[in-house]
Design a protein around this ligand. Structure first.
Ligand SMILES: [Zn+2]
Ligand SMILES: [Zn+2]
Length: 427
């Protein structure tokens, strides 16, 4: 077949579809659509701002899942904003405050699981703390090493001279501190929060948040093996729509060299998710030494054990309570890269949402050194592998270019009956 006439037709179809999309957007903005839906169905939105454990990473081999340490943000259906942990991901979340319509709310509730560096090091870099109109409610436990007002002391210590250029007096926002103990339950807006102790050196709290849109359990930094605390974890995760669990080590490491370090594995998470009938498992707190390829392999193994699993990825957004599908994940677009429109004929092999193998011929529309945007009739599974064979014109005629990629996003396609699939090439 000749590629050029097809390419020209496709290009025309693509352009007119984009114009259509443009027109649709002027009639009703996406925010309006979301607001309208939110009025009818309670939807909660959970964003992952930092997913790496122990220490931030900037190694290019870890960019796809991300290098910032733990920070999550939950916007409940009633608009309550809850931040979980203050790792380096918190800085990025803070930058959004400064943006126009940056999701500002009058007060924010911040739950801190424990005082290890990776869970608090974003605090001094969280710009909203320096603005007097903001109000923050912090929740954490009384550490036996610090006594009363543990979290307040942690703030003061980490900003003491000479560790940081300004001290606490520069933080103008209103700050309130509440002590929480394992076993406590309290309400914030129409949401119920329950705290339970987890097995981790110097202590760590896990949180269960029940919203009208569904329930999430956040259990980072915990090691299985303590009967009482294993039971706490089961209580936290019981029937949760989203169960976020520590998956720092491999099952082999957990049984040998990393035993007693206070972390868990994908296998423990999958076993527990099945046992307590959690709907979706999110593997979290990736080891700083785990490259993206290693996390890919961990995720693949976990999906063999439990059907609905995601590996937490920086920028990932999970919505709860949407009609039809209670848990939906969305991945961030590829970060700024050099992109070019392209017209490659391609054959794509992958696995659908329902777990079936598929093969399809299509066109690659847009390509960068890191990935491509491909229009498909099939709906591949998010974070699954795709084999992409492209026909590329070379000096000796058309040649096949074989690439293996991971599905990082799925959007509505420009053509009817198609989805636009964002792929990041892995080799
Ligand atoms: Zn940690
Ligand atoms: Zn820790």
């Amino acid at each position: 077949m000749t590629l050029l006439p097809v390419a020209a037709t496709m290009k025309r179809a693509y352009r007119s579809a984009r114009l259509e999309a443009g027109r649709a957007c002027t009639q009703e903005s996406c925010t309006q659509v979301f607001a309208r839906r939110a009025m009818t169905v309670p939807i909660a939105k959970l964003s992952f701002w930092g997913v790496r454990g122990s220490t931030p990473t900037v190694d290019p081999a870890t960019w796809r899942y991300g290098g910032n340490t733990p920070c999550l943000e939950l916007i409940a259906p009633d608009g309550t904003q809850i931040i979980l942990d203050c790792g380096t991901g918190l800085r990025m979340l803070g930058s959004r405050w400064a943006a126009p319509n940056g999701g500002k709310v009058p007060e924010t509730h911040i739950l801190v699981t424990h005082y290890h560096w990776d869970h608090i090091q974003g605090i001094p870099f969280f710009s909203p703390l320096y603005m007097e109109n903001n109000e923050f409610h912090f929740y954490s436990f009384r550490s036996k090493f610090l006594g009363r007002d543990s979290l307040k002391q942690v703030f003061e210590a980490q900003m003491a001279l000479p560790y940081f250029p300004v001290d606490m007096s520069a933080m103008n926002a209103k700050r309130k501190f509440k002590e929480v103990d394992g076993g406590d339950s309290f309400e914030v807006g129409e949401n119920k929060i329950t705290a339970r102790w987890l097995n981790h050196p110097q202590g760590c709290l896990g949180f269960r948040i029940e919203t009208p849109a569904g329930t999430m359990a956040y259990a980072t930094d915990n090691e299985p093996g303590d009967a009482k605390l294993d039971e706490s974890l089961r209580e936290l995760a019981s029937g949760a729509d989203i169960f976020i669990n520590d998956a720092q080590f491999t099952p082999e490491q957990l049984a040998t060299t990393r035993k007693g370090w206070g972390h868990s594995s994908w296998l423990e998470g999958a076993k527990l998710a099945r046992q307590v009938e959690a709907k979706t498992l999110v593997l979290f707190h990736h080891d700083p030494d785990s490259t993206d390829r290693m996390v890919d392999s961990i995720l693949r193994q976990a999906r063999d054990e439990f059907d609905s699993v995601y590996a937490a990825s920086e920028g990932m957004v999970v919505t709860l309570g949407a009609p039809g599908d209670r848990v939906q994940a969305h991945m961030p677009g590829t970060r700024t890269t050099l992109r070019r429109e392209a017209q490659f004929h391609a054959k794509v092999c992958g696995v659908t949402e329902g777990g079936k193998d598929f093969e399809e011929e299509t066109m690659v529309r847009d390509i960068s050194l890191q990935g491509a945007l491909i229009s498909l009739k099939h709906m591949p599974r998010l974070q699954s592998e795709l084999q992409v064979t492209m026909e590329a014109p070379g000096a000796d005629g058309v040649q096949a270019m074989n690439l293996r990629g991971y599905v990082v996003r799925i959007d509505a396609g420009a053509e009817k009956g198609h989805v636009a699939v964002g792929v990041v090439f892995t080799d």
